[in-house]
Design a protein around this ligand. Structure first.
Ligand code: ADP
Ligand code: MG
Length: 261
């Protein structure tokens, strides 16, 4: 079976059991429409990051299919997979862990472009091969001063570091960005600004997002469609805003209560 061209990412019956015997992802299916954002909400330990790592093909899984832009990732061999994996980028929760502390910001930022000479993002037209100019243009896109290019990660705040990892993720014009709790480690005042930035970039660059968070309002703000995960299973699905307005599955209601209290 294949997928339609509107279905940009399709996951079917994905199941992942760790060697400890823990069933972290249990028969999960999902679809992300091209240019949209699918939000995934769930408590800590519900299997969100495991699912994300499987989608990125960073984790082996036991059963299921993953299709990206009609390409069956689950049946690709190593070299082909590496090529397709380049279409996907990820932003993790902890920007400090995502940036090499020994590298200047410019070198961390430019790593994907340095490794992918074939990438020609439209927003770097004419400056793709002028490394410093390209790096400055990327910092402009995330509203960060050029002066940080020669800094080291410890000289930047958490929010600034996350802006760098976001700039790095968009740098190769990826088709899909997986955002795994991208604001969870940031101060509350910074979280909203980073979410606004992510949303603006999505519209500007027509990106497709898979956005993961335990914060229901963040997921609602970011996503066109949402799903709720509990103990490795998808227990609820809905469209933006109906999370708060419609009769929901009992577990989702429980999450809403925890969130409101
Ligand atoms: P979430 O991102 O929703 O917090 P995770 O995907 O990180 O959830 O974890 C889901 C479950 O799988 C948890 O019970 C966690 O302890 C377990 N788990 C995560 N990573 C591993 C691993 N490498 N080995 C064994 N169990 C793991
Ligand atoms: Mg997680």
């Amino acid at each position: 079976m294949t997928t339609s061209s509107l279905e940009f990412l399709t996951v079917r019956n994905l199941t992942k059991k760790y060697s400890t015997g823990h069933l972290a992802v249990n028969e999960v299916s999902l679809t992300v429409t091209r240019g949209q954002c699918l939000g995934l909400v769930g408590e800590s330990g519900s299997g969100k990051s495991t699912l994300a790592r499987c989608i990125l093909m960073l984790e082996r899984f036991d059963r299921g299919e993953i299709w990206l832009d009609q390409i069956p990732l689950h049946s690709l061999f190593h070299r082909e997979l590496r090529r397709v994996q380049r279409k996907m980028q990820v932003v993790f929760q902890n920007p400090a862990a995502s940036l090499n502390s020994k590298l200047k910001i410019i070198d961390s930022l430019m790593e994907p472009l340095d490794c992918q000479p074939e990438a020609q993002p439209f927003f770097l037209k004419g400056i793709r091969d002028q490394r410093r100019q390209a790096a400055e243009a990327l910092l402009d896109m995330v509203c960060l001063s050029h002066k940080y290019l020669d800094s080291y990660p410890h000289e930047l705040s958490g929010g600034q570091k996350q802006r760098v990892t976001i700039a790095r993720a968009i740098s190769v014009e990826p088709a899909l960005i997986v955002l795994d709790e991208p604001t969870a480690s940031l101060d509350v005042s910074v979280q909203a600004r980073v979410l606004n930035l992510l949303k603006d970039l999505q519209q500007q660059l027509k990106l497709t997002y898979f956005f993961i968070s335990h914060d229901l309002s963040a997921v609602n703000f970011m996503s066109h469609h949402m799903m709720v995960m509990h103990n490795g299973c998808v227990v609820d699905r809905c469209q933006r805003d109906s999370l708060f307005s419609e009769e929901r599955n009992p577990y989702t209601q429980q999450l809403l209560h925890i969130f409101e209290s």
